[in-house]
Write a protein that binds this ligand. Structure first.
Ligand code: C6P
Length: 427
C-alpha cells in the first residue's frame, strides 16, 4: 500500500532485544517452584492482544496524576488539559492512517463497536430488503454478526466471497458476486487465523466500480503495516487500540466525511447533541455525533502514546521483523514429525500469524502443554467458526507475533512443541 504517513526508524539494524527492555511484562518468569525460578514468558498471542511498553503505561499514569477530567464539558483548566490531550490523540491517529480530516476519526470501544456502528447507522439508513452485503469466508465474528443482524432488521442478503483451500480470497469470483444489489463489501485486511494479507486495492476498485461501499476490518493490519486510508480509498475502516500497544477499551472508526455526515447517530446521550428539546434533538457535528456519553478518555490518550512508539520503531521495520518470525515458525513446525497442517498460505503471503493443527494432538492440548513451557498461544476457533468449518476443522492452535518477539523465542516454541509431542506419546 502506498502511503504518505511519516515513520522514522528505531536503531538500525532492528534490534528486538533493546526494544524488549521497554516492555516490563516480557521480563516475567512463570511456573516458579521452590528452588526453581521458573521459565521465561514467551508471549505469542499478539493477535488476541499485544503488550504495552513503559512509555504507554507512563502516559496513563501521567494523565491520572496530572491531567484527568471529563472532556469537552468543563469550563475549567483541568478539563481543557484533558480535552487537549484527547484531541491530540485523535490528530496522531489521523496522521497515522492518513485520514484527510479529524472529523473522519471516531473514537469507539474497539473494532467490534466500529463495525456495529456502521451496520446500525449506515446500514439501517441505506440497506433495504433484496440488497446484498458481500463479506468473505474468512471474516471474524465481529464482521459477520452485525451484518446478520442487519439482514434480520432489513431483509437484505449476506453473501460470502469464497476462499481457496490455502486460505486466499478467490478474487476471480468477485466480478460475478458484485451486482447492482451489492450495497457494501465488508472484508478483513488480514485474517486473524490465516494471516492472509488480502488484496484490498483491487477489491475496493472493483466494489466502487460496481457502486458498492467498502468497509475494511483492519484489526490485524493497522498495528503491523502502513495504512493510508486515502490511498486505499476505503469508505470505512475499523481497528482496536489494544492490538497495537494501546490500552483496551479504545478503537477507531474511520469513515469518509460525506458518509459520516449523512449518517444518523448510533448511540444517543450527552456530547452527541447540538440541542435537546422536550420533543426531540439535533445532532452535533462530527466527530462528536458518534461519541455519545463520556468517551474512553484515558485509553484514547494512551493510544496516542502507542502511536508515537510505533512511529519511532517504524512500521516497515515492524513488518520486516514479523516476516522473519513467520518464516522461522514455518521452518520450526515443518521440522516436527507431527502431521502439521498450516491453515493459510505460504509465509510470503501472510502477516505474523501462524495457525496450525497436528494429527497427533488437539489444539487445546497443544496450548496447554506449551503453557507449561511458558509459551502463550491461542487455541480454539478464534471467533471464526465459519472459517474453521470451511477448512474442515473445529479448532486450531495459533502463534501470533509482534516486533518484540525474537527468533530465539520461536526456537523455544519449537522445542516446547517437540517436548509436548513426547509427553503426549507417553500418555
Ligand atoms: N480478534 C483474536 O484473538 P475487538 O475485540 O473489538 O478488539 O476486535 C475484534 C476483531 C475484529 N476483527 C478481527 C480480524 C479480529 O482479529 C478481532 C479480534 C482477537 O483473533 C480476539 S477474538
Amino acid at each position: 500500500m502506498a502511503t504518505a504517513v511519516p515513520t522514522t526508524s528505531h536503531a538500525v539494524p532492528f534490534d528486538p532485544e533493546s526494544i524488549r527492555g521497554d516492555f516490563p511484562i516480557l521480563q516475567t518468569r512463570l511456573h516458579a517452584t521452590d528452588g526453581n525460578s521458573g521459565v521465561p514468558l514467551v508471549y505469542l498471542d499478539n493477535a488476541a492482544t499485544t503488550q504495552r511498553p513503559r512509555q504507554v503505561i507512563q502516559s496513563l499514569v501521567d494523565v491520572y496524576e496530572k491531567h484527568y477530567a471529563n472532556v469537552h464539558r468543563g469550563i475549567h483548566w483541568l478539563s481543557d488539559q484533558s480535552t487537549d490531550l484527547y484531541e491530540e490523540a485523535r490528530e496522531k491517529t489521523r496522521v497515522f492512517i492518513n485520514a484527510a480530516a479529524r472529523e473522519e476519526v471516531i473514537f469507539s470501544y474497539g473494532t467490534t463497536e466500529g463495525i456495529n456502528l456502521v451496520a446500525r447507522s449506515w446500514g439501517d439508513a441505506n440497506v433495504k430488503a433484496g440488497d446484498e452485503i458481500l463479506l468473505s469466508e474468512m471474516e471474524h465474528h465481529a464482521n459477520l454478526v452485525p451484518w446478520f443482524q442487519l439482514a434480520e432488521r432489513t431483509g437484505c442478503k449476506v453473501r460470502h466471497l469464497p476462499i481457496t483451500d490455502d486460505g486466499q480470497l478467490v478474487l476471480d469470483a468477485l466480478p460475478k458476486m458484485l451486482t447492482d444489489r451489492t450495497k457494501l463489501v465488508a472484508v478483513t485486511a488480514v485474517s486473524n487465523v490465516l494471516g492472509t494479507i488480502n488484496p484490498l486495492p483491487e477489491i475496493i476498485r472493483q466494489a466502487h466500480a460496481a457502486g458498492a461501499k467498502v468497509l475494511v476490518d483492519a484489526a490485524q493490519s493497522v498495528p503491523h503495516m502502513r495504512t493510508d486510508v486515502q490511498a486505499l480509498d476505503c469508505d470505512f475502516l475499523a481497528f482496536s487500540g489494544h492490538k497495537m500497544l494501546g490500552p483496551s477499551g479504545v478503537g477507531i472508526l474511520y469513515g469518509k466525511r460525506e458518509l459520516l455526515d449523512a449518517m444518523p447517530p448510533f448511540l444517543g446521550g450527552g456530547s452527541m447533541i447540538r440541542r435537546v428539546r422536550l420533543d426531540g434533538f439535533e445532532s452535533a457535528d462530527l466527530p462528536a455525533k458518534f461519541e455519545a456519553g463520556t468517551p474512553p478518555i484515558v485509553p484514547a490518550i494512551g493510544l496516542g502514546a502507542a502511536i508515537d512508539y510505533l512511529n519511532q520503531v517504524g512500521l516497515d521495520a515492524i513488518h520486516a521483523q514479523e516476516t522473519l518470525l513467520t518464516l522461522k515458525a514455518h521452518e520450526v513446525l515443518e521440522g516436527l514429525d507431527a502431521g502439521v497442517r498450516f491453515l493459510g498460505p505460504e509465509p510470503a503471503k501472510k502477516a505474523g500469524i501462524v495457525s496450525f493443527t497436528m494429527k497427533t494432538m488437539h489444539a487445546h492440548d497443544i496450548a496447554q502443554l506449551l503453557d507449561r513451557a511458558g509459551v502463550a498461544v491461542r487455541a480454539g476457533h478464534h471467533c471464526t467458526m465459519p472459517l474453521h468449518k470451511r477448512l474442515g476443522v473445529t479448532a486450531s492452535a495459533r502463534a501470533s507475533f509482534y516486533f518484540y518477539n525474537t527468533t530465539a523465542e520461536v526456537e523455544t516454541f519449537g522445542r516446547a512443541l517437540g517436548e509436548a509431542l513426547r509427553i503426549f506419546k507417553r500418555k
